[in-house]
Ligand binder design. Structure first.
Ligand SMILES: Cc1ncc(COP(=O)(O)O)c(C=O)c1O
Length: 446
């Protein structure tokens, strides 16, 4: 079918100008900074990215789940401009400003569960994660920090320690702060060889057992978990998992930190993903990515008794809650709130098309996701579930050459993930799925 949106000038992606800049990148930028698509961007609008060679790509990566309502929404752009004409920085801890309060107020109004009323604003998601653990420790005077296998929480030292994947994230950076892992409900590859629902969510019971052991009883400070393991492969746990985890945290007086950095800001059709699972009551929410409209803004929001534990001066940072980021976030969150109704349209269409692709291509082991957060786990054999990482990379590259930007992820690097803007028009979603299917056809024929 002929593409209406994605338009690559030739089969040469990257084009000559991007290729030239890639050489400069090699000279100037540390090798550790990997690149998904070596096309240098000149302009971005809505869900389209235009590179310096004039290629146009449909953006289903959204800057890793940030531009949740597209690039440069008019209201966000206007809010940024208006704020830039007033002041750009004072540091909230030196001379405060209202927009910081309004962002905290907005998050408190929208926060999942009950009683998450106080916030601190930061820049990157990892910084919010670090602080959520610090605050928890200060509050309950306990030390052990827990996270899930397949989880990702960022690249700074504590966030990295909480992250599960060794390569490429953790390898070579030790020793990291001491943390502990528990199993996530990765039902497609159940770590306990059980089957849902007959397992009765035994993986959550194991957490309870572990925390009741002499090694951990009374020593666990916090458990951080992504509602859907993002980098880990868009792994969606059964609906009973988090309500149960949340109860276990309460039982052991452990601060349950809900990491919604990737799943939040409307991504799954609710403001925060755990809202899909009634009975899930986080003590703390960490948000980032999508709330800032493309500006670096993250937040820790929690119960006031927890948030007020650290002494005055014990929290903060020079840039946290920057005025332009706050202005952008207020505009962005308003658009998200109004746009949540679109997510079902995108989800149902993508789900249908991805399931059809699975029928055609046995390399697609599982189709999963929620809302505008959809993924395909690729396997070379449906029975052994041998991860097909090479094929996932090849499909991603084939799609790029056809004008569609998608990402890969997964503990085994074999998952294709898509997180489009929740405002992506229907015909663009359709074109994306056509392009993805053509990419699978091409790769699996080769
Ligand atoms: C769930 C989750 N937590 C934390 C982070 C870290 O955020 P940042 O890259 O802004 O530091 C990420 C980033 O991908 C994430 O997906």
């Amino acid at each position: 079918m002929s593409a209406k949106y994605g338009s690559v000038k030739s089969s040469e992606v990257p084009g000559p100008k991007s290729t030239e800049l890639s050489k400069l990148r090699e000279l100037l930028i540390a090798k550790g900074v990997g690149i998904v698509a070596p096309v240098f961007i000149e302009k971005a609008e809505g869900s389209l990215l235009t590179d310096i060679d004039g290629n146009v790509f449909i953006d289903m990566g959204s800057g890793i789940g940030v531009t949740n309502v597209g690039h440069r929404p008019t209201e966000v752009e206007a809010a940024i401009k208006a704020q830039a004409e007033k002041f750009i920085h004072t540091c909230f801890q030196v001379t405060p400003y209202e927009s910081y309060l309004r962002v905290a107020e907005k998050i408190a109004q929208l926060a999942p569960g009950k009683g998450l009323t106080k916030s601190v604003l930061f820049n990157a998601g990892a910084e919010a994660v670090e602080n959520s653990v610090k605050i928890s420790r200060h509050y309950n005077k306990k030390v052990a920090a827990f996270s899930f296998n397949h989880g990702f929480h960022g690249r700074t030292m504590m966030a990295l320690a909480l992250t599960a994947k060794e390569m490429p994230y953790k390898a070579g950076y030790g020793p990291l702060p001491e943390t502990y892992k528990v199993e996530f409900a990765y039902c497609y590859r159940c770590p306990f060889d059980m089957t849902y629902p007959s397992c009765a969510i035994a993986c959550a019971d194991k957490i309870d057992e572990m925390w009741s052991s002499p090694q951990f009883e009374g020593k666990v400070s916090s458990l951080i978990g992504e509602p859907i393991a993002g980098e880990g492969g868009f792994i969606v746990p059964p609906k009973e998992f988090y309500p149960k985890v949340s109860k276990i945290c309460k039982k052991h007086d452990v601060v349950y930190i809900d990491d919604e950095i990737q799943t939040g800001a409307g991504r799954t059709g609710k403001m925060w993903c755990v809202e899909h699972w009634p009975g899930t009551e986080p003590d703390m929410l960490v948000s980032g990515k999508g709330i800032g409209g493309g500006f670096p803004l993250s937040a820790v929001t929690g119960r006031s008794k927890i948030m007020d534990a650290p002494q005055v001066g014990g929290l903060g940072g020079t840039f946290g809650g920057n005025p332009i980021a706050c202005a952008a976030a207020l505009a962005q969150m308003e658009i998200i709130e109004k746009s949540l109704g679109n997510v079902e349209r995108i989800n149902s269409y993508m789900l249908k098309r991805l399931k059809e692709m699975q029928q055609k291509h046995p390399v697609i082991g599982e189709v999963r996701g929620m809302g505008a957060m959809m993924a395909l786990e690729l396997v070379s054999d449906q029975t052994t579930k041998e991860p097909a990482a090479k094929e996932a990379g090849a499909v991603k590259n084939a799609a790029l050459k056809r004008g569609l930007l998608i990402l890969t992820c997964g503990t085994y690097n074999n998952v294709i993930r898509m997180h489009p803007s929740i405002l992506m028009p229907q015909d663009m979603v359709e074109e994306s799925m056509d392009t993805l299917e053509e990419s699978f056809d091409e790769v699996m024929k080769a």
